[in-house]
Design a protein around this ligand. Structure first.
Ligand SMILES: O=C(O)C(=O)CO
Length: 328
């Protein structure tokens, strides 16, 4: 794919449904020789030693020991997005491979998406759309009511970069903000957004009208919201997930939505993605679903690509790597 003398970068993002749009490929091609996974698979022995970086997009290509063994010159795995749950950081470190992600590129867009989902769920935007286009105009907006956002309590679970941006936005909606996080934020940071720390997740769940999950998936957070946690929430409360599907026990959520243990859910992430077309969650009225598009803006993608190029170049030049992910 051109640029034979440039350092090789293995990418899956040029293939199939995850294809990155043209402008981005151009940017990448200025600096690297792009090798698709398909090309690599067809000629592993020759291409493997020429690959110095892997560019991961949408969790692909999956990196396992076998792949790493076939890439003896690999120095860095650069992963688009903030989440790292698709990477085995210990395995990569054992091969001496560095990791970088692009947290800054996704922060604003994902927080916006969180608010979009919150508002859509609260004001039943999807149902409203269906009603607005329905041939049955009799019931145009009779008995139509949603939930008030102004003055409601938002509980943010995970107050990292994205959670904090959500809080900034929610403040403009005059929401009361609670948050739960591994580590409490500085007092000044809490004050700026008017957020109150809940040391116990249970307290946040019991008090919130909207619960937004904005945390990463780790072995500790997997299944964080299960049957018990959903039962702690108010029957009028809504759950919004912009983190990862596996943060929530999906069967428990289904049951909670069907039996109105909680009022509604709005999910940008599920497991699997996409959900099978006959999945019972798809049949519910009190759910808003989007196809994991939290960070999907033109500006965000451009920034993501620039950030990945910068990290790969720095690594290959032996310079400090922007957004390097360090093993804790
Ligand atoms: O940043 C991430 O990890 C995302 O999933 C973006 O939507």
């Amino acid at each position: 794919m051109g640029g034979q003398d440039l350092p090789g970068v293995l990418v899956s993002a040029l293939e199939g449904p995850t294809a990155v749009f043209e402008g981005h490929v151009g940017d990448l091609q200025k600096h690297f020789r792009l090798i698709t996974v398909q090309e690599f698979m067809g000629n592993k022995t020759q291409l493997g030693p020429k690959i110095h970086a892997v560019y991961i997009w949408g969790g692909k290509p999956a990196i396992d020991r076998e792949l790493l063994q076939g890439l003896p010159a690999l120095k860095i795995v650069a992963s688009g997005g903030a989440g790292l749950d698709h990477l085995d950081l210990k395995l990569l470190a054992s091969f001496g491979v560095k990791v970088a992600n692009t947290p800054c590129a996704v922060t604003g867009p994902t927080a916006d998406m969180g608010m979009a989902l919150l508002l859509a769920a609260a004001r039943r935007v999807l149902e409203g759309h269906q009603l607005a286009i329905s041939p049955d105009t009799e019931n145009f907006s009779i008995n139509w009511m949603g939930q008030e956002v102004t003055g409601a309590t938002l509980g943010i679970v995970g107050m990292g970069r994205i959670g904090y941006k959500v809080a900034q936005r929610a403040r403009a909606f005059e929401m009361k903000i609670l948050y739960h996080n591994r580590k409490r934020r500085k007092l000044e940071e809490e004050e700026v957004v008017g957020a109150t720390y809940c040391e116990r997740l249970d307290d946040l769940l019991q008090q919130s009208d909207f619960v937004m999950l904005a945390l990463s998936l780790t072995p500790q957070t997997r299944g964080l919201i299960g049957r018990r946690e959903l039962r702690l929430m108010k029957p009028t409360a809504m759950l919004i997930n912009i983190g990862r599907g596996l943060l929530v026990d999906q069967d428990a959520l289904l049951e909670a939505l069907q039996t109105e243990i909680i009022k509604a859910a709005a999910l940008d992430v599920t497991y699997p993605e996409p959900l099978p077309r006959d999945h019972p969650l798809l049949k519910l009225k009190n759910i808003t679903l989007t196809p994991h598009i939290g960070s999907a803006t033109h500006q965000g993608r451009q920034q993501m690509m620039e950030s990945l190029v910068e990290s790969i170049r720095a690594c290959l030049d032996g310079l400090p790597i922007p957004n390097e992910v360090l093993l804790k």
